[in-house]
Design a protein. Structure first.
Length: 259
């Protein structure tokens, strides 16, 4: 099974909300989606970890849907801090099994994968969070470990990039409760995120985690503890392709696309 993981499109129809977003983001994102759609052998599913839109208008999501239209396999997406829940739900309610509440959490299956999608959006804030009801919902799903690989999708990483200023903008509310749940889970699990605008992979509590690149812009690599918030940098865009043959093992390749 081949899984594509990308993130942080920040597509806008009229004007960007984020100053760093490249002005040709629509064309750049179309190139990424074309690469995924035309990859051989065929990609089996696509994971998009948030900030699909940059402002969250209905026009933004209509454009997102059009950009994604070449993808003919299941797409699993979560909202980021620049998304708007109402527009996101309307755009994906025909394909994603959102629950009845206001949050856009859901559980789904794709082949031998269990997918748990978490809505970490806190309206009006850059940082993310999970409230107690979401933690309880997640705990119910992790209470009975499965031998299937569980992929957790969430925009704001709970795991560190070690880029200090960016980690300060990641998952805050509910972090310790989430970490405790994940650390106690005995089944195979991986976490896919976005938000950092720089592709990287890490082990966190023994769990493999990754942030995919986003075509909108990329942060410079600043690993000094006291470094200021990194500016954007002109580096190649990359997303990840996962080959998953069994729950306990997988291979991850970095796929570069010229934008």
């Amino acid at each position: 099974m081949l899984i594509a993981h990308t993130s942080d499109f920040h597509v806008f129809a009229d004007a960007p909300e984020t100053s760093l977003v490249r002005p040709d983001i629509v064309q750049a994102t179309r190139k990424v989606i074309a690469d995924i759609a035309n990859f051989s052998p065929c990609i089996d599913a696509v994971m998009i970890t948030g900030d699909l839109a940059d402002g969250g208008s209905a026009e933004d999501y209509a454009l997102v849907k059009d950009i994604l239209s070449p993808i003919k396999v299941p797409i699993f997406a979560v909202p980021g801090n620049h998304d708007a829940r109402q527009g996101f739900r309307a755009a994906f309610e025909d394909s994603l099994p959102f629950g009845p509440g206001s949050k856009l959490d859901y559980e789904a299956s794709c082949g031998d994968l269990r997918i748990i999608a978490l809505d970490t959006l806190i309206e009006g804030q850059v940082t993310g969070g999970l409230d107690d009801s979401q933690i309880d919902w997640l705990a119910e799903r992790l209470a009975n470990p499965t031998e299937r690989l569980t992929l957790i999708l969430m925009h704001h990483p709970a795991f560190p990039s070690t880029i200090t200023k960016l980690d300060q903008m990641a998952l805050k509310d509910g972090h310790s409760k989430f970490e405790k749940l994940i650390a106690q889970y005995s089944g195979p699990v991986r976490i896919l995120s976005g938000h950092i605008h720089r592709p990287f992979q890490t082990l966190w509590n023994g769990i493999w985690c990754a942030v995919s690149g986003g075509p909108s812009f990329q942060h410079a690599l600043k690993l000094a503890h006291n470094a200021p918030e990194p500016s954007d940098v002109d580096e190649p865009f990359a997303y990840f392709i996962h080959r998953i043959e069994e729950a306990a093992a997988m291979t991850v390749h970095t796929r570069y696309v010229a934008l």
